[in-house]
Design a binder for this molecule. Structure first.
Ligand SMILES: *Cc1c(COP(=O)(O)O)cnc(C)c1O
Length: 378
């Protein structure tokens, strides 16, 4: 049983579910003789932008690069400050530092687990250039509030949408609120390639053009660099695979939300806390993260029942050796710190069978009973 845990994510099951379309897409590229920045990338960019309701998408090599290029295109220069959260993948902070900028940490709001906009003004200095909210686990950060504050303070906004493909606020997709937005197509994301990939999304033609320069040596035209750039290209194979998968994203997200609702119902009224339901938002349910006062015991209990789980993430960024006590704002992250000891990610991917979902729900029910009993004995 234990060698055969229900995994937290399952990119192979996704490949199997769409194998013919994916193989056809790959074959088309292999036989085309064009492997880098060709028609598949062009078409994917248009299709992805249209899915989001944005004007431009620019394919790049990864989500980290998407953040880096979005920040550079937004005019972030060495020494500029970017206000973000410590409750994220470390890539968020890595990208800020790769841009030569200085990350500053805001605490989160417990309900959304995203940046608490109320904290932003007190963190602003005369070097602050950008606010970078992360739609963590697929829950949209409160963009209308963030945009209002950013506008008042003269700051740009770059969204980290790596976990939130298809999430919405009042019917509008995340990634269309900020000056620019970054998506990752890492295989386990809601829209995942069979390798690395990413995209920057923007409504600004100027930013889109600059990101296109930056992703290929600063080229304005072939062999003529308008600005200093690098290499962060999306390849044709990944673009074609993403095109095969994109038409299924909305249905997949719906299935994720359906599984999440069953988990939430199974733990209602118990010590376990499900993700909050935030009015007006559509959650992409990249990860279903419960909170428990006995997280480690819960993880062990699930493991013994054949259910995998994970901790996203075991250490907040401001607790990691590379960043400890080095990032302004770190002393004042009490909600972030509290959350880290309590979070556990349950299995959630669109190809989970109803039987598997049922098994997770039943096991959560058993945990609650067992747990209640041992607590009353103590
Ligand atoms: C995955 C992820 C990234 C980085 O994406 P890569 O494609 O792995 O570089 C950035 N931010 C968040 C929140 C992520 O989950």
């Amino acid at each position: 049983m234990k060698n055969n845990l229900i995994p937290v994510a399952n990119p192979l099951a996704q490949f199997n579910a769409h194998e013919t379309e994916i193989r056809n897409a790959m074959e088309r590229v292999v036989k085309s003789g064009r492997y880098i920045l060709g028609p598949e990338v062009d078409d994917f960019e248009n299709e992805f932008a249209s899915f989001l309701g944005a004007r431009f998408a620019v394919g790049v090599a990864s989500g980290t690069d998407a953040l880096l290029l979005a920040l550079k295109a937004a005019g972030v220069a060495p020494g500029d400050e970017v206000i973000t959260v410590s409750h994220s993948a470390v890539a968020t902070v890595a990208a800020i530092e790769l841009a030569g900028a200085v990350p500053v940490f805001s605490d989160i709001d417990h309900a959304t687990r995203c940046i608490n906009p109320v904290k932003i003004p007190s963190l602003v200095s005369d070097r602050t250039k950008v606010v970078l909210p992360v739609h963590i686990y697929g829950q949209p950060a409160p963009m209308p509030e963030i945009l209002a504050i950013a506008q008042r303070l003269g700051l740009k906004v770059v969204e980290d949408c790596a976990q939130a493909h298809g999430a919405e606020i009042n019917g509008r997709k995340v990634g269309t609120f900020g000056d620019a937005s970054a998506f990752s197509f890492y295989p386990t994301k809601n829209l995942g390639a069979l390798g690395d990939g990413g995209a920057v999304v923007t409504n600004s033609p100027e930013l889109a053009a600059k990101i296109r320069y930056l992703r290929e040596y600063g080229w304005q035209e072939r062999y003529v660099s308008a600005i200093p750039g690098g290499n962060s290209r999306l390849d044709e194979l990944q673009a074609a695979i993403l095109r095969a998968k994109l038409p299924h994203l909305s249905v997949d997200n719906e299935r994720r939300r359906n599984i999440a609702a069953r988990y939430a119902a199974a733990i209602k009224g118990t010590e376990l806390r499900a993700p909050s339901e935030i009015t007006g938002t559509l959650h992409a349910m990249h990860l279903f993260v419960v909170e428990s006062g006995e997280r480690d015991e819960l993880q062990q209990f699930l493991h013994e029942a054949g259910i995998g789980s994970a901790i996203h993430y075991p250490l907040a960024i401001h607790r990691q050796p590379a960043y400890r006590e080095k990032i302004r704002g770190w002393e004042d992250l009490s909600i972030t710190d509290e959350l880290y000891g309590r979070i556990l990610t349950l299995p959630l991917y669109p190809e989970m069978t109803d039987g598997e979902v049922e098994m997770v729900c039943k096991t959560l029910g058993r945990w609650t009973d067992t747990n209640k009993r041992t607590r009353s004995i103590r």
